[in-house]
Design a protein around this ligand. Structure first.
Ligand code: F6R
Length: 261
């Protein structure tokens, strides 16, 4: 895993946007895996600006979101479909038919999981997967204990995640208890992963995912087994990393040969 230490949230978002913009320019029909939550909001704002100010073309881009709450309709302001429309899709020239979010309203949830996994395969797999991380080390809604080879499945959210996500709802009782989520296996099939981590509250999760043992108790740690993951960690989230000086040193050295890569 390549670890980049960013100064703060804005710097993390700038660096993430540079990677995604470059990837879209190189491959205009790229398949992007997208996350919701507070962490990628700065990235999405920069992608919108890149479209509106520099003409970044999303017309052939295909997207798959990581997850969706069970029983929240797409027009519910806290649904992940609503979030994506509001933060990104409504402001760029993407074809909405090319944007995929699991259907949390599906009558048969297991059929929906199988359908979503098949769509990922049919699209040729994800080229670049954007990820945030939960305080318990989850990626997507793969809570501690989820199999590291899991495909898209139904997840029961932990009380900690329900509490964290209650900030978007009137109260924690309103937070759905279940979600459809891409599995750790679906995520690690992506050709490249981009893990974004910001803020002091994420420092233990960043440490566990990046430097801890690979364990289903911290599903983000599965990224250590992935051959092409970049983690951009801001200084507050990096506070507990043992090898922070090495990551900084390494970054300076990479920069020296950047043009030859
Ligand atoms: C959201 C998702 C989650 C979040 C994580 C961090 O699609 O997959 O894993 O990335 O819960 O959320 P924030 O960014 O709100 O701290």
């Amino acid at each position: 895993m390549q670890v980049i230490i960013a100064a703060d949230y804005e710097d993390m978002s700038d660096r993430a946007a540079a990677i995604v913009i470059e990837a879209v320019r190189r491959k205009p029909d790229i398949v992007l895996g997208l996350a919701t939550g507070s962490t990628p909001e700065g990235l999405y704002a920069r992608l919108v600006a890149a479209h509106q100010e520099d003409g970044l073309d999303f017309s052939r881009v295909v997207t798959f979101n990581l997850d969706e709450y069970v029983d929240l309709p797409p027009d519910h302001p806290q649904s992940y479909r609503y979030f994506m429309n509001e933060k990104l899709f409504d402001h760029v020239n993407i074809d909405k038919a090319n944007t995929h979010v699991p259907n949390g309203m599906a009558e048969c949830l297991s059929d929906e999981c199988a359908r979503y996994e098949q769509m990922l395969l049919d699209a040729g797999g994800i080229d670049l997967q954007v990820l945030g991380i939960g305080r318990d080390g989850h990626i997507a809604f793969n809570e501690p204990g989820t199999a590291l080879h899991s495909p898209t499945h139904i997840a029961a959210l932990t009380p900690e995640t329900i509490e964290d996500n209650s900030r978007f709802f009137d109260n924690s009782e309103d937070v759905p208890r279940f979600a459809i989520t891409m599995g750790v296996g679906s995520i690690t099939h992506a050709r490249r992963c981009l893990l974004l981590t910001s803020g002091e509250s994420k420092a233990p999760a960043a440490r566990a995912a990046i430097e801890g043992p690979v364990t289903s108790m911290v599903t983000g740690s599965a990224l250590q087994m992935h051959s092409s993951t970049v983690a951009i960690v801001d200084a507050a989230a990096a506070a507990k990393l043992d090898r922070i000086d090495y990551y900084r040193w390494q970054q300076e050295n990479w920069d020296r040969i950047a043009e030859r890569l």
